[in-house]
Structures are given as C-alpha cells and as structure tokens.
Design a binder for this molecule. Structure first.
Ligand SMILES: [Zn+2]
Length: 315
C-alpha cells in the first residue's frame, strides 16, 4: 500500500515562469500525486506535486503576466513556506540565446547555469551604478551548492560518453501532434547582430527580412544532434533582451554568456538553485514565439535527466 505523502516529504522545487513551461514539466512526472487541501492563510500559488525517480517534487508556476525576478523569488518563498523540506530549486523554462562560432547554439538547445572563474553561473547584468563614463556592474549572485554541481558534473561525463538521458524524455513529449513538437529547422534563422527585424502588418515571422543578412553557420563548431546542451553563464534581469548588438555587447563585457532570462537573479542568493533554459530565440528583434513550446520541452527533459542523476538530499 502506498503511504500517504505529507508536505514535508517534498524536497525539490521546480519553478516555471510560463504556462507552457509548467505544462511540459507536469507531463514529465513519473507519477502525479493528489493536491493537498488548502489550509486557511496559506499562500495560493499554482502547483502540482508528483515524483520523478526517487524525488518528490513540487512544480510551481508564476502568476499569469507576472514574470521577472521579484515574482520568481516570491513564488519560491511561498513554495518553501508550504513545503518546508524543499532542499533546492530548479528554475526551468525558456531563454534567449547568445550564439557565436564556438558554441554554435541553436533554437531548442539547452543551457545549464554553471559557475566559471568570475561568475557563479548567473549574473544580474543590469544591477550596478552609473559612474562617470558609464555603468559599472556590481553585486554578486551565489553559485549553486556543490551537491548540485557534482550532479551537473555527472551529467557532463555522461554526455561525453554520448549518453544523452534527455532524449528519451523529449521524444515522449514531442510525439507528432503534440503541442511541444519540433518546428521546421528552416525557421531557425540567425541574422547579423546589427540588422533589425523588418516589421510588416500582414507578414508572419521574418519573411520581409533580408536573406543576405542571415549568418551562414555551416562552418561554425560541429554539432551533436538536434539538441545540444551547453554549460556556462546565464544573464538574468527584469528586462527582455531584444537587441542583437546589445546582446553581444553585454556578453563580451561579462566574458561570454550563453543566454538571457528574467527570473534566476531573484533566486540565486536566497535558495540553492540551478537554472535550466531551452533556447527559444536569439535575444534580438527577430524574436518570435514559434520555438517556445519545443524549447520548454527540451529544458524540462534536461531537468528530468538531471533529477534522475541527483541522489536524494536528506531533509
Ligand atoms: Zn526578422
């Protein structure tokens, strides 16, 4: 007989900003558990409980239209208030990529936050002070604890051996007809940083944009499969990045970043936290929503791969 679980049995928080990210996450639960009755006075965030492998998980979503660092922190705090044994948080969803010849990052790829010499894995790029001659970035966001980074290392070792655990989860999520199916590869187009999107009232996507302004990526770093997983710095702040030149400028200033997102900076100094982002656009003015669902699915599949490698953390 299955023991009735209590709130204190849940040790992993999985936070999503968008409805489609939440939908991908709940589809990947091994088993869904019944919700707990609402206790008077408790916060009323949107969540689902279930398990993946040996982990009991709370998947929570930010309120509609409330993305950003403050909202992420607020929901994470509510999750931990109600589920007091939560040991760490995975922030999982989509992000805007920063491709270059070396990373050859494409739509649908996945980025894990990983510390390097200078940064803890996530940088709040807009936090700082205006000084004579420009802007000086200040502040420091904490790196994930070693127990999360040890599992990240394990995942990287497996990828070196061409064992990509996410692929099985992804293929289940993206079966033909699924809302998470992979868009046509032809719609993955990367333009020169300085070339802005040509907007036309009746045109969809980049049909009015100049073909000769596309970057030819044939001779960039060789890729392994449709979805490649990258590890490095993620830039986070409350604003949406939609400018190719500014994107590259910030990346250069920070010593190379892999993607932009809008929630992680709210969490890193408050929770043990790892960030997992599927790339749905290139952080420029050509941004469209076509790849969002698939990118949410690749991120969620990678989060599941990570959890299946993660030993249980004692509460
Ligand atoms: Zn365009």
């Amino acid at each position: 007989m299955v023991r009735q679980l209590q709130r204190k049995d849940y040790t992993v928080g999985w936070i999503c900003a968008l409805a489609l990210e939440f939908a991908a996450a709940e589809d990947l639960l091994d088993t869904e558990h019944p919700k707990f009755p609402q206790v008077s006075g408790e916060p009323t965030f949107r969540y689902k409980v279930g398990c993946i492998g040996s982990h009991n998980i709370v998947i929570a979503c930010l309120p509609a239209g409330r993305t950003g660092t403050t909202s992420a922190l607020s929901v994470a705090q509510q999750v931990r208030l109600v589920f007091t044994s939560i040991q760490y948080i995975l922030m999982v969803g989509i992000g805007g990529g920063v491709p270059n010849t070396k990373n050859n990052l494409r739509l649908g790829d996945v980025v894990f936050s990983q510390p390097d010499g200078a940064h803890g894995g996530v940088v709040q790029y807009g936090f700082g002070k205006d000084v004579p001659g420009g802007f000086q970035q200040t502040g420091h966001l904490s790196a994930p604890p070693e127990y999360l980074l040890n599992t990240l290392q394990e995942l990287k070792i497996r990828h070196r051996k061409k064992e990509f655990g996410f692929r099985g989860h992804l293929s289940k999520l993206t079966e033909p007809g699924s809302p998470f199916a992979r868009p046509d590869a032809a719609s993955d187009v990367f333009f020169e940083a300085a070339y802005s999107h040509v907007d036309s009232n009746d045109a969809v996507g980049c049909v009015e944009c100049a073909q000769e302004k596309r970057r030819n990526r044939d001779r960039w770093q060789t890729r392994t499969g449709d979805v490649q997983v990258h590890f490095g710095t993620i830039a986070s702040d409350n604003r949406l990045m939609r400018d190719g030149e500014r994107r590259d400028e910030i990346s250069k200033k920070l010593g190379g970043i892999l993607c932009f997102e809008m929630e992680a900076a709210g969490l890193m100094n408050h929770f043990p936290c790892l960030v997992i982002r599927g790339i749905s656009d290139y952080s420029d003015s050509h941004k469209s929503d076509d790849w969002q669902a698939y990118a949410a699915a690749t991120a969620a599949s990678s989060a599941k791969e990570f959890l299946l490698l993660m030993p249980p953390v004692a509460s």
